[in-house]
Design a protein around this ligand. Structure first.
Ligand SMILES: C[S@@+](CC[C@H](N)C(=O)[O-])C[C@H]1O[C@@H](n2cnc3c(N)ncnc32)[C@H](O)[C@@H]1O
Length: 433
């Protein structure tokens, strides 16, 4: 069982933390969670001054590191990860006020409120708790409508709160564009932007200048992306399909992860300079995956991908199909435009070995695995094992990671680059020299 250790640190005690981290590594710890420890507070939020300390710890201790920070925006998370090189961050209190903190595009606040209230029906909690959260989500809207804000203080049932939120929605819909704009740029957003501006100031004007020179207006960029993907769908571009016929024994939380992965891989294809023709096959309209994707704001009516309830075997000639599976004896060398590469739409936490391999072989299909073992090796492999060659490993990646590797290879024709950028560091693999 992997062991994670929580390690207190602050910028004044970096060396001590490095020593402790190394000792923990020696005794078998596999993941470190750094949390700032100040004289006054055990879990203080970390400031930029501490980032250097985190960076030093990360570079000195060969363990994946997660850092516990007081986040206020996705922007801050990305910046912290990029600066310190840590493998992840944790968030707690800030998610209370904004559960979509990690989303690139923030969903409408009232959608978040509705989803939250639905969850309260499934997992009952106290009315005061609900009010506390509602205030966190949309306090800045409520502050514009004082009578609603007062009614919320008095209401004593979930139904009452739901009704007030509907009224809030109606009131908001009656606001003029200008009023709405000024309202939505209230407190929190202002704070976020201010933080952003301060950071940029701190780092000087260089970054800003670089950005200006390469700047393409967002609207033009989106149009360009849509054109590229639209062309890939019309022309004889490389085809990659996700097979949703294998979802049968998945748990609800796995379905939810799969939907998240699907959205991520779709986004990557949209942003790629060399997109593929993406097929979502065997995807039942109104089925569990479909509904979960919709719940996570994926709009099937607008997407640029071929979506079908039919299985890939009905859509494509079996001879053109290559089923990607981590357990295949064949190594994928090239992408062939005449072939369709199928990725199993599967999240299996308790890895069901050979699942897609057996299914594909039963149907007499070609299979292949990514050339991970050809180009990469385990970071901490002993020289003895390395010499004997007895360190074969099978690496099971998630649907979006496999898709991103294919996409990167499609773009660069370079497996080293594709694997080097897309295989997550936590897999403990490095490119062979
Ligand atoms: C989370 S994996 C599921 C693994 C599952 N045990 C199986 O038998 O396929 C999801 C899908 O990603 C693809 N995949 C994952 N790792 C791969 C690898 N190393 N090589 C080729 N395909 C891979 C496969 O299509 C797989 O079905």
């Amino acid at each position: 069982m992997p062991i994670m250790c929580k390690l207190p640190f602050n910028w004044q005690t970096t060396d001590e933390a490095v020593e402790r981290g190394k000792s923990l590594h020696k005794v078998g710890c596999e993941l470190l969670l750094l949390h700032k420890h100040s004289a006054e507070k055990i879990n203080a939020s970390i400031s930029k001054k501490d980032w250097d300390s985190v960076k030093v710890i990360r570079e000195s201790v060969s363990l994946p590191i997660i850092v516990d920070v007081g986040l206020s925006s996705k922007w801050e998370v990305d910046e912290c990860i990029e600066y310190t090189g840590v493998q992840g961050v944790t968030a707690s209190e800030s998610l209370e006020g904004n559960p979509s903190l990690f989303c690139k595009k923030q969903p409408p606040v009232l959608d978040v409120v509705r989803q939250y209230l639905e969850l309260c029906k499934v997992h009952p909690t106290s009315i005061s708790n609900i009010k506390h959260h509602i205030n966190g989500f949309c306090g800045f809207y409520l502050s514009r409508f004082h009578d609603l804000s007062t009614s919320l203080k008095e209401v004593q049932s979930l139904e009452g709160i739901e009704q007030l939120m509907e009224e809030l929605g109606e009131n908001i819909s009656k606001l003029s564009g200008k009023e709405l704009k000024s309202l939505t740029s209230l407190r929190r957003k202002k704070e976020w932007r201010k933080r952003g501006r301060d950071r940029k100031k701190e780092e000087g004007t260089k970054v800003v200048k670089e950005r200006d020179e390469n700047h393409i207006p967002k609207i033009v960029l989106k149009k360009l992306q849509k054109e590229r993907v639209g062309n890939a769908m019309k022309s004889d571009a490389q085809r990659v399909a996700i097979d949703f016929t294998v979802i049968d024994c998945m748990l609800n939380k796995e379905i939810s992860k799969l939907a998240g992965q699907l959205m991520r891989l779709y986004g990557c294809n949209m942003k790629s300079t060399s997109p593929v023709h993406l097929y979502l096959t065997g995807l039942e309209t109104g089925g569990v995956v479909y509904r979960e994707c919709e719940r996570q704001s994926f709009d099937f009516t607008k997407i640029l991908a071929s979506v079908s309830e039919k299985s890939y075997l009905t859509l494509f000639d079996a001879d053109d199909v290559v089923y990607l599976t981590p357990d295949s004896p064949n190594v994928l060398d090239q992408l062939n435009k005449d072939k369709v590469y199928i990725i199993g739409g599967l999240v299996d936490h308790q890895v069901r070995k050979d699942k897609t391999k057996s299914l594909a072989e039963e149907k007499g299909l070609c299979t292949a695995r990514l050339p991970i073992d050809k180009y990469m090796e385990l970071k901490d492999i002993s020289p003895k094992k390395k010499k004997s060659g007895k360190h074969a490993f099978s690496i099971v990646l998630s649907v979006n990671q496999v898709f991103e590797i294919l996409l990167k290879f499609h773009e660069t024709q370079d497996w080293r680059q594709a694997l080097g950028t897309c295989v997550p560091q936590r897999k403990g693999l490095v490119l062979k020299t």
